[in-house]
Design a protein around this ligand. Structure first.
Ligand code: ATP
Length: 597
């Protein structure tokens, strides 16, 4: 009962928060419908009394007309109110769905990147997402049904007491078995959903890659459709098998509960016949009582269904409230003093970092320093920790130990969202937004999305302006074939869009993770030749595997197995004749004829 109380309170507050007006209207209509039901029973008794008076006492037929008209009127009112209430309920449910999504998106935006490393987080997010369209509907209907069912049951109980008090306890007994079994059903539903979530996530993923545009070419090139389809079917088959077992249990419980309740109801009706036989109840009262019992069983059903719907939404509500409760902690973890707009010196000292869920650190005691306006390069073999270090310097992860300071102040004391305003990052796997070219660049600084001149200037600096001009609607062209009139770009053009986004961000600290991986040789050369002009005065950290681009950097850090193994300018590192020099010569040699080496 304690849990039910909590769930009901949460359901009410969610519906109330979604839209007070719609909630009040829907609940009032439901209460109105309930009161009218009790009136209907008493009018039925009036009709029966009048009819019996005519047939037995030879009264005037006209006296039946008024009660019959009243009954017809009330029936019409019930129908109209139910129709209005149904529409209002639909609206309210949709508003609750929207509220749920708002909460979900607020939390997803607030949690740190760390959360996205956790399968638990994904499972919960997935459960909320997949349920977010159906459960709020169910929950709202549950709340309203429960209010209406309870009010209707009370109204009809009073009507029944006024007809014959003895009938009520018998009817209440009839409700108990259904109540018990429906609670058991809900608990089963709850456990089933929890157990199936990982499998449903895999099913969703397999379905998504078989229908995704990005995956379509590789799936065809490798002929993967059959293999992936087979995996999808296998996951589905297991799910359906478990669902069958689950539904069998649920059906068994429902049959049991309803059968026992029906037996109790039969007993009540027999008792009524007995009371009529003993002359304690008149025929009109008995007729009205039968109508009341019928209506009451409907109302009790509505009440229990409402409670069951709330119970079944319990897991969803639990997940939602747990999920929502992550937000304050996440915001607290990223809060701090207002960050400065820039730095003269950034120094990272003794950074060690272990990814959540891993046991081995991927960075060990890494120290780097950057001065305002410097261009610093990070090089190293695949998996040596370059991107991880960049993510730490971009304040996306907290180091496990060690500190990153801006002019001597540890950045963990600053508000991280505030700090990130001064950082622009182009990730290796940057996002290709299915939006217009203008938005793809403008999202670099969303609050200035309508600054068309600055967006055009950023496009020019990234060398993508000609390609955009050639699009059918220029900057307003959707960069996605998923939308009508949309166009796609080449890999290098997309990379320039990502660069333009970073330029538009206009931040003093710029991190470029392999910014030229998809650029052609001329574009790459031009980018690095003009990097200082393009990003004049800004501090740039860039990661690259192309040593021709790295040599222009003011300082180069070489990472190996998560450690800084060498550092210095290109000339210093060549003179050192270590790992860097070896990798540099290896790459240079590949371009030269054997005779030139
Ligand atoms: N999210 C993650 N969770 C756990 N381990 C990770 C995660 N991301 C990367 N790693 C591991 O951390 C190590 C460093 O990865 P990182 O991406 O920083 O390397 P990198 O030097 O940028 O490599 P590349 O040149 O291939 O881009 C790798 O061993 C990788 O497997």
């Amino acid at each position: 009962m304690g849990r039910l109380r909590t769930l009901i309170a949460e359901s009410f507050s969610l519906s109330w928060a979604a839209d007070r007006r719609a909630f009040i209207i829907t609940t009032s209509l439901q209460l109105f419908g309930a009161v009218i039901l009790a009136a209907q029973v008493l009018i039925v008794k009036m009709v029966l009394d009048a009819i019996l008076d005519v047939t037995e006492g030879g009264g005037d037929t006209g006296q039946v007309v008024l009660p019959v008209m009243l009954l017809a009127g009330v029936t019409a009112v019930v129908a109209v109110s139910a129709a209005i209430q149904g529409n209002q309920l639909r609206l309210l449910s949709e508003l609750v769905v929207r509220k749920t999504w708002q909460r979900l998106l607020d939390v997803a935006a607030a949690v740190g990147l760390r959360a996205f490393e956790s399968p638990d987080f994904y499972n919960r997010l997935e459960r909320i997402q997949t349920n977010a369209l159906s459960r709020p509907f169910q929950l709202t209907q549950g709340v309203i049904g429960m209010v209406g069912g309870a009010a209707g049951s009370v109204g009809l109980s009073i009507a029944i007491i006024s007809l014959e008090p003895l009938l009520l306890p018998l009817l209440l007994l009839a409700g108990i078995p259904v109540f018990i079994t429906s609670r058991k059903e809900s608990r089963r539903e709850f456990n089933f959903t929890v157990a199936q979530t990982p499998r449903l996530r895999m099913r969703g993923y397999l379905g998504m890659i078989q229908t995704g545009r990005d995956e379509a070419k590789e799936i065809r090139a490798y002929g993967l459709a059959g293999a992936l389809r087979e995996r999808f079917d296998r996951v589905y088959t297991h799910y359906i098998a478990d669902l069958r077992v689950h539904l069998r249990h649920r059906t068994r419980l429902a049959v049991l509960g309803n059968s026992v309740s029906a037996l109790f109801l039969a007993g009540t009706l027999l008792a009524l016949v007995w009371l009529v036989g003993r002359g304690r109840v008149t025929l009109a009262e008995a007729g009205a009582a039968i109508v009341a019992i019928r209506l009451l069983s409907q109302q009790v059903n509505t009440l229990f269904r409402g409670i069951q719907q709330i119970f079944e939404s319990g897991l969803f509500l639990n997940d939602l409230s747990d999920f929502v409760s992550l937000q304050p902690a996440a915001e607290e973890a990223e809060s701090g003093a207002p960050a400065p707009d820039s730095f003269s010196t950034l120094s990272a000292h003794g950074l060690t970092f272990t990814y959540p869920g891993s046991t081995q650190p991927v960075l060990h005691e890494v120290s780097v320093e950057m001065k305002k306006g410097e261009i610093v390069a990070l090089v190293g073999e695949n998996g040596s920790g370059k991107t991880t270090l960049a993510k730490l310097l971009a304040a996306l992860y907290e180091p496990t130990s060690g500190t990153i300071s801006w002019d001597g102040t540890d950045i963990s004391t600053y508000s991280r969202p505030h700090l990130r305003r001064s950082i622009a990052v182009v990730f290796q796997d940057f996002v290709r937004y299915h939006l217009t070219a203008r938005e793809n660049i403008g999202l670099g600084r969303p609050e200035r999305l309508d600054d068309e001149a600055a967006i055009a200037a950023a496009a020019q600096r990234a060398g993508i302006h000609h390609a955009i001009d050639a699009l059918p609607q220029g900057m307003d062209t959707m960069l996605s074939k998923m939308f009508k009139g949309g166009r796609d770009l080449s890999g290098g053009q997309w990379q320039r869009i990502a660069l333009a986004r970073a330029f538009f961000r206009d931040a003093p600290f710029v991190i470029l993770d392999e910014p030229s991986a998809s650029l052609d040789a001329r574009a790459e050369h031009a980018l690095f030749q003009s990097l200082r002009d393009l990003l004049g005065g800004r501090t740039v950290l860039f990661i690259s595997h192309r040593f021709s681009t790295v040599r222009t950097a003011d300082r180069i850090y070489v990472l190996g197995d998560g450690r800084v193994t060498e550092q210095g300018t290109h000339d210093e590192l060549m003179a050192l004749d270590g790992h860097y020099a070896e990798l540099f010569r290896l790459q240079a040699a590949a371009y030269l004829e054997p005779a030139e080496r």
